[in-house]
Design a protein. Structure first.
Length: 546
């Protein structure tokens, strides 16, 4: 409410157990009690890579957030970096804010989380990967006061193509990207408390880890050098066992499909580059030669080392929050932008087969075998919209606001839900108050009701559409298809079969048809919201490019 002649504005929002209210102040004589927001995003990390999601990788800092917070087991991303980040930043499904053929976007209403938070007195900062095609650089006019943008897909050891709004140069000696991203984030946090001691902040901390190329400090690789010599089949069994113990997976393990892999460059060229030990599609581990096993196990060791290092860097960030007294009143979100990747390609400076693998002169990708293990127990991987491509382990921690800990939340939810959740946490910010009444309703729902108890946040649908891979989830049911499947739609009961092993399309044809009609209607609706004439048509019930 507003009080005439008073400096205070009271924000309130409903929760699962009652009503929270924050008093925001407009001068430095008082302290704003609204929570800080820390949003951490990993890149290409598998569903079961974290210790708290069944993995063997050492992630004590992230595990600590989970053990004193919440783990959402059915949380969805958009299947790839740039659509995920568009949905994350705007609160809309990517198709509603994507670039048109002219490179435009609906600028009048396609606004970032930081834009809305800044309008309510938050100070916003970004460090790491941006990759939001629809928006300018974050420190330009996307609402962030300071940012450190780093390149993606190139070396983790070379500060190349970065953009820092404060520093003119970065020392390349001893540089490692995850550490540099954290250094700048910590600098921003310190600067914030010095300059705005009583104001809340929003920090968008986005790592490239463990996106290819597989590169990590030697001491981190050493920890895992012998861990994966039993192979990806054994690792899948181990992780599934732990996931079932944790109560996260009580459904059948997905069946690996050898044909489900992504190779963007000529395979003959890649074989010449990587040699005979690389494997381009899934095969049983025991069919590999001893040299291939050693090579593949070392790649997985580097993947694990990268996640281990990211966890260490997150730990440094959390320690800074503790030192500044901000930890308990900071809502921390951790998630991955998509599932683990089967992609194999070379970017940047290429790959030197004579260099120690995992070092600056190498460019290796994890590949389909261990990617399948990283996505245990889900089907397929990054780019596809089967569960392995679109599922992320979401963790939420809030010392002062969550009076629960080490609990699971099974409600289906999506990236588009984070914008309304964060706006609620910031005091119930109404986008219409900021952007005007013609601002379309956000596509997501606030997850605050699930903070206090394991309850379903009702969604009419959760929508997926990426690179000719299509899906829709409604309640327990999901339809999905891809070019690999000849665009024949399948139907699964996800509550019982999240591994997508039992296609029920022929059993419930009317349900399939109804959900397909909904998917088609949503596709047209989102295209219309984007004010971009659709470049698609419906063929045999599937929308495809004209």
């Amino acid at each position: 409410m507003f009080q005439t002649g008073n400096r205070f504005r009271t924000f309130g929002f409903a929760t699962g157990t009652g009503f929270l209210a924050f008093t925001a102040c407009t001068n430095d004589a008082n302290t704003d009690k609204r929570p800080n927001i820390l949003l951490i995003v990993a890149d290409d990390m598998g569903y079961s890579d974290l210790g708290c999601f069944g993995g063997e990788i050492e992630t004590p800092n992230i595990n600590g957030l989970a053990s004193n917070g919440l783990r959402f087991t059915h949380f969805y991303n958009a299947g790839r970096s740039w659509p995920t980040r568009a949905s994350l930043m705007t609160g809309y499904y990517y198709q509603a804010v994507q670039k048109s053929s002219e490179g435009n976007r609906p600028e009048k209403w396609s606004r970032s989380i930081a834009h809305f938070l800044s309008s309510a007195g938050y100070h916003s900062y970004q460090s790491g990967k941006w990759h939001v095609n629809e928006m300018p650089k974050p420190h330009a006019d996307a609402g962030f006061e300071h940012s450190y943008l780093t390149s993606y897909g190139a070396s983790h050891f070379v500060p190349k193509d970065y953009v820092d709004d404060e520093l003119a140069d970065v020392d390349s000696i001893g540089y490692y990207q995850a550490t540099a991203i954290t250094d700048r984030a910590i600098s921003m946090l310190k600067g914030h408390r010095e300059q705005y001691p009583d104001a809340p902040f929003f920090l968008y901390l986005t790592y490239h880890t463990p996106h290819f190329p597989l590169q990590a400090p030697p001491e981190d690789i050493e920890k895992y050098k012998n861990r994966y010599r039993e192979g990806w089949d054994k690792l899948r069994e181990e992780r599934l066992f732990r996931l079932r113990q944790l109560g996260i997976a009580d459904y059948p393990q997905a069946v690996i499909e050898p044909q489900a892999h992504w190779i963007y460059q000529d395979e003959t060229l890649l074989r010449d580059t990587f040699g005979i030990n690389e494997v381009y599609e899934y095969v049983p581990w025991e069919t590999l030669s001893e040299e291939q096993k050693e090579f593949q196990a070392t790649k997985m060791a580097i993947h694990a080392a990268m996640i281990d290092r990211m966890d260490q860097e997150i730990g440094r960030t959390l320690n800074q929050l503790r030192e500044s007294g901000d930890f308990d009143n900071t809502v921390i979100f951790f998630l991955s932008d998509n599932g683990c990747s089967t992609e194999i390609m070379v970017r940047g400076e290429g790959h030197d087969r004579n260099a120690p693998i995992g070092s600056v002169n190498t460019h290796l990708c994890l590949g389909p075998g261990f990617a399948a293990a990283s996505n245990t127990p889900l089907r397929r991987s990054k780019v596809w919209v089967h569960e392995g491509g679109i599922s992320t382990p979401l963790i939420i921690h809030w010392g002062k606001g969550l009076h629960v800990g080490d609990e699971l939340r099974h409600t289906p939810a999506h990236l588009v839900d984070l914008m309304p959740t964060i706006l609620d946490l910031a005091g119930g910010i109404n986008p219409y108050d900021v952007a005007g009444t013609d601002y379309p309703a956000l596509h997501g729902k606030s997850l605050l009701p699930a903070f206090s108890e394991d309850k379903t946040v009702e969604h009419d649908y959760i929508y997926f559409n990426h690179q000719r891979n299509y899906a829709l989830r409604m309640g327990d049911w999901k339809i999905v298809t891809s070019e690999l499947d000849g665009h024949v739609w399948s139907l699964y009961n996800i509550s019982e079969d999240r591994g997508e092993t039992n296609d029920l399309a022929s059993v419930y044809p009317d349900l399939l048809k109804s959900m397909l009609n909904k998917w088609n209607a949503l596709t047209e609706e989102f295209s219309s919201q984007n004010q971009n004439p659709t470049q698609q048509q419906i063929v045999d019930g599937v929308i495809v490019k004209k």
